[in-house]
Design a protein around this ligand. Structure first.
Ligand SMILES: N[C@@H](CCC(=O)N[C@@H](CS)C(=O)NCC(=O)O)C(=O)O
Length: 197
């Protein structure tokens, strides 16, 4: 199997962390691709052109993190990533991550093209979800499930790629979980580069 990724993508990072945690990385070749580029090496495999993209041995192409993570659970890794109890938390974290991605996209536009309304909406959404996760009393797990992995990657994105959001303020429990997850070899091995935003 081949996994197309970009080093800055929190979605692709979640799949890369999951492969490392479950011991499935040995069965997957990771291939870095450019994005939003007609020459991107992922494009001959997927017209969507986004990461993560997983190409199976029979040529089947999977996109979308929320589809790839459950597929990994069919491969007999070290432990299940997505037991039913994780689904609700996964949805919340994916909502937070998507909010940050939309907010970040606005910030990458020239200032006169940005939508203050979109930025305000997504800032509110992201804080609302983080406050809810904080109140749930999240703790660092011995074996991270898909929700833990997505949370670590979402907060890692806030930490290094979307620093416009001071996410640690008011979220000490999330900060403790993040700092613990960040020490794991799977997270250290997939650290995204710092961005200017
Ligand atoms: N809903 C997708 C989102 C993936 C996504 O947005 N990936 C970004 C990188 S973070 C991407 O590939 N962007 C390139 C593009 O939009 O063309 C998922 O969950 O996998």
């Amino acid at each position: 199997m081949q996994l197309f990724y970009s080093s800055g993508s929190p979605y692709a990072r979640a799949v890369r962390v999951a492969l490392r945690e479950t011991g499935l990385l040995a069965r997957v070749a990771e291939r870095e691709t450019t994005l939003r580029d007609p020459g991107a090496v992922v494009l001959p495999h997927s017209p969507v052109g986004r990461v993560p993209t997983l190409v199976l041995a029979d040529g089947t192409v999977l996109t979308e993190t929320a589809l790839i993570l459950p597929y990994l659970d069919t491969l007999g890794g070290a432990y299940p990533l997505l037991p039913p109890a994780t689904l609700s938390r996964c949805g919340q974290v994916l909502g937070l991550l998507e909010g940050m991605a939309v907010w970040n996209r606005e910030l990458r536009r020239p200032e006169h093209e940005r939508s203050p309304g979109v930025i305000a909406l997504e800032t509110t959404r992201v804080n609302r979800v983080a406050d809810t996760l904080e109140a749930q009393g999240w703790t660092a797990p011995a074996r991270p499930d898909a929700a833990d992995i997505l949370l670590g990657c979402a907060l890692g994105y806030a930490e290094r790629r979307h620093r416009a959001w001071p996410w640690r303020q008011g979220h000490p429990a999330l900060a403790r979980v993040f700092d613990t997850l960040a020490e794991r070899p799977s997270f250290r091995d997939t650290l995204p580069p710092l961005s200017g935003i």
